[in-house]
Design a protein around this ligand. Structure first.
Ligand code: SF4
Length: 65
């Protein structure tokens, strides 16, 4: 098991501290010109719909070419 955070999870944690350790405020952040804004919830919006670990375990969830 790796002992580091994936980049998007590290950004999520960074944003948590940025807004004063309040998860609700992280979601409500309105600094849209911040480079981390799209990733503040711990997900990469550009990967939406692309299979992750779940799709590796279940081929039915894998992205179709
Ligand atoms: S998106 Fe930027 S301004 Fe907003 S919480 Fe994250 S680091 Fe802070």
């Amino acid at each position: 098991m790796p002992n580091y955070l994936p980049p998007v999870k590290a950004i999520k944690k960074f944003c948590y501290y940025c807004v004063g350790e309040n998860a609700k405020e992280r979601k409500n952040c309105n600094i849209t010109d911040c480079s981390l804004y799209p990733f503040r919830l711990g997900k990469n919006p550009k990967r939406k719909g692309i299979g992750g670990r779940k799709s590796l375990k279940n081929p039915k969830l894998a992205q179709k070419p």
